[in-house]
Design a protein around this ligand. Sequence first.
Ligand SMILES: O=C(CO)[C@@H](O)[C@@H](O)COP(=O)(O)O
Length: 242
Amino acid sequence: MLEDLKQEVYEANMQLPKLGLVTFTWGNVSGIDRDKGLFVIKPSGVDYDKLKPSDMVVVNLDGEVVEGEMNPSSDTPTHTVLYNKFPNIGGIVHTHSPWAVSFAGANMDVPAMNTTHADTFYGDVPAADALTKAEIEEDYEGYTGETIVKTFNERGLDYEAVPAALVSQHGPFAWGPTPAKAVYNAKVLEVVAEEDYHSMQLTKKNLELPQYLLDKHYLRKHGANAYYGQNNAKSKEHAARQ
Ligand SMILES: O=C(CO)[C@@H](O)[C@@H](O)COP(=O)(O)O
C-alpha cells in the first residue's frame, strides 16, 4: 500500500543527512495521502544508512499504525496533530538542527531579518511554548503538535505563509505541500537561524526586516503574482497592459 509515497518519504528522509540537518537518527520526515487519510513516516531510531523505502510505516489520522513492521517515529503524535489541524500540508519534517535548536533553547522566535528569510517565510518563525510538566505527565503524546497549533491560532499566523515553528526547549518542525518542500523549508530555517544569530552578535540595533522588503521577497515567490525564476506572472501582466 502507498508504495510511491513510501519512496517519496524515504527520499525526503535521506535528504536530511545530505543537507546536514540531522545528527545520528535525530530527525524524521512524513508525507500524507489526503484522499486515503493515511500518512507515511520514518521508523524510529533506525540509522539513515540502513533505512529502506519498505521500512516506512503507514499511520492513520488517529495516529494508529496500519502497515509496517517497525515502530513509527517517536514524533508520530506531533505529525498526526499537524496533519489534522493544518489541512493543506502534504509533508512534515522534524530535526534537531543546531541553529534552530539554539533559538528553541532560548525560547525565541527566528526573526525575519533578511531577504533570505522573506523568500520562504512571510514573517518571524514563532517559538511555541515548551510543554508543561502536567502535559508531559498526561497520557497524551500530542501536546508538541498542540502547542504549535495554539501559537499559530493565538498570533493569527497563516501556516502556509510561515511553514515552520520551533517548540521551545525542543526544536524545529517544518512543513509544506510535499515532503521534499518540507525538507527545503527545514533547511531554510536552519540557514536563517544561523544568519540571525550572527547578525545579533554584530549589532544591538533593531534588525527587523521592513514590511516592504518582506513583501517584495515573499510575494515574488508565492501566490498569484509570483514572478521568480521561470514564473512570468509579472511580465505577462505587464505585456497585457501594453
Ligand atoms: O527527540 C527525539 C527523541 O528524543 C526525536 O525527535 C528524534 O530523536 C527522532 O526520533 P525518531 O527516530 O524519529 O523516533
